[in-house]
Design a protein around this ligand. Structure first.
Ligand code: RRO
Length: 309
């Protein structure tokens, strides 16, 4: 069964796409996503200048997920604008830019440039962990308002926010108010959970080197937290703002759980890293089978339909 869906009014031909940050930094990697069954191409969060990122080893897999402190390695936003034209022409699927910055001025320059590019959506990351002395903007509501007052009116393309995990409803409420105030079109819940530590007890060291072992956590560990954020925002935003569910989705059943919670589509990162491009077709097929077995005729029929006990 098809799993067509819509984000900010635009059609995606399936419910499953890649999440920013995994195998999406170089043109070669983006072309692999282009050829895959990912329903859009999400690009690595980019900064004004190219960055090499943090020292290696900066990423470690565990059976339940990944910890990483990549440090925003990317080619600089101008390259991603160049890539967008090429990718759109070749792969005919929506392209989502992901923006990062060290100041409002930088976010403004990058967002403005993407507004004047062929990109389809702009996902503004206010949740990048992993930079020394650079807090995640999304945990500072005043700073988020100030940022959005500068970048939410720079052009016609749908603007979204990649949010950090909120562990208290008051934080979700404050952010929902800001999302409505600035007419944000979509949100992506959640980024990896920042500043966790995984210890190798044999070596008596952290499992990654950068930032004394602190890193962002993804995969199975974070799925219930991501679900809680998707559901919280779905209720607060009344279904008016599109939601990408992100965090620990590796099967069609996971995708279905996010759909019930209120997601319009899901982005997959950790499973893409571990399994490769096959994951897009597989998760999508599994989701279609579940919908069919349960008698739903479309994704939209099941959206947000979580039943309370
Ligand atoms: O590059 C990174 O360290 C990174 C980014 Br920009 C992000 O948004 N989330 C993450 O877990 N790592």
């Amino acid at each position: 069964m098809e799993t067509k869906t819509k984000i900010a009014g635009a059609e995606l031909n399936s419910f499953v796409l890649n999440a920013s940050g995994v195998r999406d930094t170089t043109l070669e990697e983006l072309e692999i996503i282009g050829k895959s069954n990912s329903s859009a191409i999400v690009m690595k969060s980019c900064t004004i200048e190219p960055r090499e990122g943090n020292p290696e080893p900066r990423c470690a897999e565990t059976p339940l997920g990944i910890i990483q402190s990549m440090g925003w390695p990317n080619l600089g936003y101008k390259k991603y604008i160049e890539f967008t034209s090429l990718l759109k022409e070749k792969y005919h699927k929506p392209i989502i830019a992901s923006t990062a910055g060290f100041s409002t001025k930088e976010y403004k320059e990058i967002t403005s440039a993407f507004q004047n590019s062929p990109v389809d959506f702009i996902e503004v990351s206010v949740s990048c962990p992993n930079i020394e002395n650079h807090p995640q903007v999304g945990y500072d509501f005043e700073a988020t308002e100030e940022l959005l007052s500068q970048i939410s009116n720079l052009g016609p393309k749908p603007l979204g926010l990649k949010l950090p995990a909120y562990l208290d409803f008051i934080q979700q409420k404050q952010m929902a108010k800001i999302i409505k105030k600035f007419g944000i079109s979509f949100i992506s819940c959640i980024n990896s959970i920042g500043n966790v530590l995984i210890v190798d007890s044999e070596r008596e060291t952290p499992v990654i080197k950068s930032r004394k072992g602190f890193g962002g956590l993804s995969g199975d560990y974070i799925k219930p937290i991501a679900l809680g954020n998707v559901r919280g925002f779905f209720e607060l935003l009344g279904g008016e703002v599109s939601i990408f569910g992100v965090g620990g989705i590796k099967t069609g059943q996971d995708a279905f759980e996010f759909l019930l919670a209120g997601a319009d589509a899901v982005q997959v990162g950790t499973v893409f890293e571990k399994e490769g491009i096959n994951c897009f077709e597989r998760i999508n097929r599994e989701l279609g089978e579940i919908l069919e077995r349960k008698g739903y005729s479309s994704v939209s029929e099941a959206k947000g339909k979580l039943k309370y006990l």
